[in-house]
Design a protein around this ligand. Structure first.
Ligand code: ADP
Ligand code: MG
Length: 953
């Protein structure tokens, strides 16, 4: 709202500007606003009635004096009526005077119908013409000229609003209406506008603006009183009828002790106050038997505003105060006190003309005293007179601030006039009053005071706050102190504890240190010993290396010896075998000779008993002697053979001794020596034991290496040793692990040597006894190799070995398919061509193994379908060989046929090949009861066999 006011004021011709200021001894800060610098000099000389700081300033008026108005009229917009910049500067502080012409009333219309108006307004020129008669007229210029159509709003904005704004900014201000009774003073100032808001007068509008501009902390108060016959009566408390005027001797400020001062909160409340005031004024005038036109009504509005950091008039009051003493939040707050006077003056007409009768002249003079005094003062001020008779009346005393008082204010005067020529004299008088007043220039001062009370309250509040804060902090500090002391105590305790622990710990560490030092010494000694030992060991290692070299050399040599030994051993074995045979023959011969001898003896005895004749006895004696002789010869032959054998053994021992293998030779020798008459089989097992020992000494790896020797003799001997080793269960896996199987298969694949092939086949047959090895042999193509050998060789021993190997493989059902696919079964059966019983026995064993595995698979439900043997013609072979002379072969053939018969899927083959007949035969003729029973069972269990058997047999 304040900004709204300012913006409105910019279009007003009543605008003022700020001037200088000074801090008074009373702490009041005052600022002067005046028209020009020269005015201040005249103020000091002419304001004897007021303080030196705040003297009234009567500046030189620059108002255009009487001048002829331009004859031409121009139509202008309202805005064009605003002052130019230069006027604005020049007219600062000057009393603003406007003229308002009341519209014609009924009386005017009736009474002046024959007369022309005496007033002519030229608002665009701000001029008023007074026509005395048809040929004489005077023109006067005012700050504003309002025609009879001027609105209340515009009158307020032009006349009063700048004053109100100025008051809100801390300056005092006065708005006065002067004029003849009935010209509209009360209408202009005091109209309430209850029915029509547009009719509201200056009082209502001013309060409206003020209330809208102030903040909650500001204060707006009003007093309302009237002045009649030099008596001041409170219109808000009409019982107060003679209120004195007090003047502060120091400041010269005017106050009305006892007058009601009512704080205004809102516009409604103010309207009510005005209404009460009007009613009281009317009642008082009735009581005093007077008319309101004879009394002056004065509305005083007191405004008290706190000064914040806002800029007013371009300068804040703070800038004028020494900041060193008033800094920060403790700076003394400033308040601005200002006062707005709205004065509805009594009618300006001469008393005798007012129509109030019944008054004495003196009384009439008294009635008019105040107004007359005002006129005199205005004259004096206008004429720049050295003496202004302000003290002559109460009105002038009250208006001292408005017309050059201590707090000289912005003052606006509105002269109300009527149009009627009948009142020409009064109108002229009013116009002239205005013309004089317009010359007055006030020194406008800003009145600011330090709000010590406010500051005091604020400081007390701060002190209270700080005291509480100090107490709070003190309490907190005490608490902290207590807490810190407690913590300190705890720290000291824990420190002492830590110290104790540290001492204990350091003692322990010292002990530990001593112990460790001792330990370290011991360790160092030990280390030294170890080092010595190491040196010793490295010496030994060096020596051992030399030894290893030597032994390698020795080994090389020994292998040559071994070869020789093996050859010799074989040779001797052969010889031993021959000798044993010879020995056996000799034994048999000796035995038969002995038997003959015994028979002879018996015969002799019988002969002697019967004594058939001396001749016969002599003949028998000769025969006996011959027999004895023969026996003796045989015995001597036997003896010589024994000695020859012993010689040979001695020679063998010698050779073994030469080889450094005294242990083996002694064992061998002992064995041979102690078992001179043991069977060949025992000799063979002895041989194996010997070979095992040799193997132990030489190492399996080395023997296996010899298998790859380029020398076929070495290969033969090596493979023989391996074959013998493979006969033992515990060697089988070891040989395979050490790569023996691969080496043997390689020999089978590459060698053309019959012996090698035979012995190798035997070795593989031995290895094939082990289930684990069976799989390996198959996976390494062993079956194919064996089949190949079988097809090539005619050597019966080789064929027996190959058949044995394949027969062993047949006992592993997991390998059946592979064995068949690799041609193993076919090869096995084809070896039957050799006609050898031994080979046939192996073939039969293989087929029986195979068939047994299949029948077991069928029983367990793991297998189905026709036997794998059928395609290769096994059944035919079995039937063909069922009458083999070898018992072993026959047994296996019979078993194989029984097992195959167990498989229902083989039945057709049996029928087509005549197998059923064979089964029936076995069930009857087999030498073994268990086989007979088995065959019977087969024939019984199969429904097909049962039928066939029933039909044919
Ligand atoms: P005063 O206070 O000067 O004696 P008033 O204000 O009582 O005069 O006015 C006299 C009469 O004239 C009132 O009835 C008032 O309504 C009327 N009057 C005065 N001025 C105007 C105006 N400008 N427009 C309309 N009526 C007015
Ligand atoms: Mg009036």
């Amino acid at each position: 709202m304040a900004s709204g006011l300012r913006s409105s004021s910019s279009s007003s011709s009543f605008t003022t500007a700020a001037g200088g200021g000074a801090l008074s001894s009373s702490g009041r800060f005052e600022r002067q606003l005046h028209g020009n610098g020269s005015s201040s000099s005249s103020s000091s000389s002419s304001s004897s009635a007021v303080s030196t700081q705040g003297g009234v300033s009567f500046g030189q008026t620059h108002l255009p004096g009487r001048s002829k108005a331009p004859s031409s009229r121009r139509s202008v917009t309202p805005n064009s009526r605003t002052n130019s910049g230069s006027d604005y500067e020049e007219d600062r502080g000057r009393v603003r005077v406007a003229v308002r012409l009341r519209p014609k009333n009924a009386e005017d219309i009736i009474l002046d119908s024959d007369f022309a108006d005496c007033v002519e307004l030229q608002p665009e020129l701000k001029r008023l013409k007074l026509r005395k008669n048809n040929w004489t007229s005077e023109s006067y210029r005012f700050d504003e000229v309002f025609t009879e159509t001027a609105s209340q709003k515009r009158v307020y904005e032009v006349v009063a609003k700048p004053v109100v704004e100025s008051v809100l900014n801390g300056y005092s201000g006065t708005v006065m209406a002067y004029g003849q009774t009935g010209t509209g003073k009360t209408y202009t100032l005091g109209k309430l506008g209850k029915d029509d808001a547009s009719e509201r007068g200056i009082m209502a509008r001013a309060l409206e603006d003020i209330l809208a501009s102030v903040s909650a902390s500001d204060c707006v108060e009003v007093s309302y009183f009237q002045l009649y016959m030099e008596c001041i009566q409170d219109l808000l408390a009409p019982e107060k009828i003679n209120i004195p005027i007090n003047e502060d001797p120091k400041t010269g400020e005017i106050s009305l002790p006892g007058a009601s001062v009512v704080k205004v909160q809102n516009l409604d409340q103010f309207s009510q106050l005005l209404q009460i005031g009007e009613a009281n004024r009317h009642a008082a005038n009735t009581k005093l038997n007077t008319e309101s036109s004879r009394s002056h009504a004065i509305l005083m509005v007191y405004i008290r505003r706190s000064v914040h950091e806002k800029v007013e008039d371009g300068i804040t009051s703070w800038e004028k105060v020494p900041r060193t003493t008033l800094s920060g939040s403790n700076a003394i707050p400033l308040i601005r006190k200002s006062k707005l006077l709205i004065v509805d003056l009594a009618g300006s007409e001469r008393i005798d003309k007012s129509g109030s009768e019944g008054h004495l002249l003196e009384e009439a003079k008294f009635i008019n005293l105040s107004l007359t005094s005002l006129g005199k003062c205005i004259n004096a001020l206008a004429e720049n007179s050295p003496h202004i008779p302000l003290r002559d009346s109460k009105l002038t005393r009250l208006l001292r601030d408005s017309f050059g008082g201590h707090c000289s204010a912005r003052t606006s005067l509105i002269i109300t006039i009527g149009p009627s020529a009948r009142h020409y004299a009064e109108t002229t008088s009013s116009v002239m009053f205005g013309q004089r007043a317009i010359k007055i220039v006030n020194m406008v001062k800003l009145k600011e005071e330090f709000d010590y009370e406010g500051l005091c309250r604020k400081l007390e509040h701060q002190v209270d706050h700080l005291t509480a804060e100090v107490e709070r902090k003190q309490k907190l500090r005490e608490d902290d102190k207590y807490k810190l002391e407690k913590e300190l105590k705890e720290c000291q305790d824990s420190f002492a504890e830590a110290k104790r622990n540290l001492i204990t710990r350091s003692e322990f560490l010292e002990k530990e240190n001593t112990r460790l030092e001792v330990e370290m010494k011991d360790l160092l000694n030990e280390l030294k010993c170890q080092k010595d030992h190491n040196d010793l060991m490295s010496e030994k290692a060096a020596r051992l290396e030399v030894n290893i070299k030597c032994s390698k050399q020795h080994q090389l040599e020994s292998s040559t010896y071994q070869k020789v030994l093996a050859d010799t051993t074989q040779m001797y074995e052969k010889k031993i075998a021959e000798l044993i045979k010879q020995l056996k023959d000799e034994h048999a011969h000796a035995k038969s000779v002995e038997e003959q001898l015994n028979a002879m003896k018996k015969l002799l005895n019988d002969s002697q008993k019967t004594i058939q004749g001396q001749k016969e006895v002599d003949e028998l004696t000769v025969k006996l002697q011959e027999m004895y002789q023969l026996h003796g010869q045989t015995l001597s032959e036997l003896q010589s053979l024994k000695s020859e054998q012993e010689g040979l053994l001695g020679e063998k021992d010698k050779i073994l001794y030469m080889n450094g293998n005294t242990k083996a030779s002694s064992t061998f020798g002992t064995r041979i020596g102690s078992q001179k008459t043991n069977s060949l089989r025992e000799t063979l097992s002895g041989q194996r034991a010997t070979i095992a020992k040799i193997c132990e000494e030489v190492g399996l790896q080395k023997i296996l290496q010899l298998l790859t020797s380029e020398d076929s003799d070495v290969q033969i001997h090596a493979v023989k040793v391996v074959a013998n080793l493979a006969a033992e269960d515990f060697n089988q896996e070891k040989i395979v692990e050490e790569g023996g199987l691969d080496a043997l298969l390689m020999l089978l694949r590459s060698s053309q040597n019959t012996t090698i092939l035979r012995v190798t086949s035997g070795a593989i047959a031995n290895l094939a006894m082990n289930e684990l090895n069976q799989g390996l042999i198959m996976s390494k193509g062993g079956a194919q190799l064996l089949a190949k050998i079988a097809s090539k060789t005619t050597d019966l021993q080789t064929l027996r070995m190959v058949a044995g190997a394949l027969a062993n493989l047949c006992g592993n059902e997991k390998l059946h398919i592979m064995l068949k696919e690799d041609g193993g079964i076919k090869a096995l059966l084809e070896m039957g061509r050799s006609g050898s019983n031994d080979v046939t026995a192996q073939i039969a064993r293989g087929i029986a193994n195979f068939a047994k595995c299949e029948s077991r698979g069928i029983n367990l439900g793991q297998r189905k379908g026709r036997s794998l043997l059928m395609d290769d013609g096994a059944l035919g072979w079995l039937i063909a060989n069922s009458n083999n002379s070898s018992t072993s072969a026959q047994r296996h053939v019979e078993l194989a046929l029984c097992h195959l018969a167990q498989n229902e899927d083989n039945v057709e083959d049996f029928i087509s090949s005549g197998g059923v007949k064979e089964l029936v035969r076995i069930s009857v003729e087999s030498s073994r009861e268990d086989i007979r029973n088995l065959a019977k069972k087969m024939l019984r269990s199969s429904p097909t066999f049962r039928t066939i058997k029933a039909e044919k047999y």
